[in-house]
Design a protein around this ligand. Structure first.
Ligand SMILES: Cc1ncc(COP(=O)(O)O)c(C=O)c1O
Length: 405
């Protein structure tokens, strides 16, 4: 089979593959615990569900403008005003098939072959592949001090004449780290000065803990006119537990937005009208589901952190937000793929190897599930990894016996 060079460079999405593995095991009746997931388990808001059902029932399910129906663009404009105190116009907004497509069309709009896109390590699994799909070169930048918090100096050092853009995701998938206000201010100023695009992937910005407030990148931008290269990405997937609805968006200069819309028009003709109507309803409906989800996640994070303390060898930094905890398991095995596979094979717990996010030796543990899942999942992991664990473990009425040291 002859496939393109670009296609050959693209790997499978590790996180989607794990979802599939968990689903197959579950279908077989195996008592699998999925600590690898990237989606809340709560129900989508009633407003969204009713709106989607109404749109389907109308029988008028047609094409929409490629950049979204006016009502959705208005809802995004209001969202941008409420959360970023920035007034934008419909021409600054594109609604896409998830935040993923918004980032993708943005990269397609700005990248020439071989141009580089910088992002801090650890990073969301899709950034390198999305950049490669556009013929660009991903440049992941580890923080020199080994923390989850990038420093401008680390990024500055890696900027070349090929650098076109920087992607910042805070709070971050997989680390849950929310970058400091000082760092956001510095990176906004730096990108403006160097003429770089700055893509702020803010998909988790309302899911933050410990009384922290979201940081607004626009507060530090000097130029918000037509030459601005700041792109802010968001969506309903995470905050409203609407991952399957596939609605996200980007806010950018009118010139860039127009190019992104052209690309999206040829790519998908825009997101489904049914899902757009659901997203409008979520954005304009009762907002308590977002706060309820945030509180649940904060509580789950606390439980996860307390349980991880019971491991001798695990180092875990307290996440500031999101629904992930990225913990260092290298004491047990430096190969994160091997350790994740062992955990899955022996005790049916799904976790994501840190190497997929650019940090070997770590595992990403999700706090999306129930407290029971978190407790049982961590207990099973401890049984596998801790040589001092008892010889036997019961999962329901299944008896597992240790056959490794
Ligand atoms: C950092 C980050 N950005 C974007 C996305 C994509 O979001 P959506 O489901 O809206 O495409 C995800 C989903 O996992 C994510 O973790």
């Amino acid at each position: 089979m002859s496939i393109s060079q670009i296609a050959r460079s693209i790997g499978e999405s590790a996180t989607l593959k794990l979802n599939e593995t968990a689903a197959i095991l579950r279908a077989k009746g195996d008592p699998v615990i999925h600590l690898g997931g990237g989606e809340p388990k709560t129900r989508s808001p009633v407003d969204a569900v009713v709106a989607a059902a109404g749109a389907i029932n109308s029988g008028e399910v047609r094409y929409t403008p490629a950049d979204g129906i006016p009502a959705l663009k208005q809802a995004i404009i209001r969202y941008t005003d409420d959360f970023y105190h920035r007034k934008v116009e419909p021409e600054n907004v594109i609604a896409s098939g998830g935040a993923k497509q918004a980032i993708m069309v943005c990269l397609q709009a700005i990248l020439n072959p071989q141009e580089e896109v910088i992002f801090p390590v650890p990073y969301w699994v899709s950034y390198p592949e999305m950049v490669r799909l556009c013929g660009g070169v991903p440049v992941p930048i580890p923080s020199e001090d080994g923390t989850f918090y990038p420093r401008l100096a680390d990024i500055e050092r890696r900027v070349t004449s090929y650098t076109k853009a920087v992607i910042i995701n805070s709070p971050n998938n997989p680390s849950g780290a929310m970058y400091s206000e000082q760092f956001i201010a510095e990176i906004v100023e730096f990108c403006e000065k160097r003429g770089l695009y700055l893509i702020m992937d803010d998909i988790y910005h309302r899911l933050i803990f410990d009384g922290k407030r979201p940081i607004n990148c626009y507060d530090y931008a000097k130029d918000l006119g037509e030459n601005s290269r700041l792109v802010v990405v968001n969506g309903v997937s995470k905050q409203y537990a609407m991952t399957g609805f596939r609605i996200g968006w980007a806010v950018a200069s009118k010139k860039l937005t127009k190019v992104m819309i052209n690309i999206q028009g040829h790519q998908t003709s825009g997101p489904s009208v049914v899902m757009q109507k659901a997203a409008v309803a979520a954005l304009e409906g009762v907002q308590s589901p977002v706060e309820n989800l945030r509180l649940t996640l904060e509580n789950n994070r606390n439980v996860m952190m307390a349980l991880l303390k019971s491991f001798d060898g695990v180092k875990a930094t307290k996440p500031d937000g999101t629904f992930y905890c990225f913990a260092d398991f290298s004491y047990y095995d430096k190969d994160s793929t091997r350790i994740a596979q062992k955990i899955l094979d022996k005790v049916l717990v799904v976790v994501v190897p840190g190497v997929e996010f650019g940090m070997e030796g770590y595992l990403r543990l999700s706090t999306c599930g129930s407290i029971k899942d978190i407790k049982d999942g961590i207990e099973r992991m401890k049984w596998v990894l801790d040589p001092n664990s008892p010889n036997e473990l019961y999962i329901g009425d299944r008896k597992l016996v240790r056959d490794w040291s």
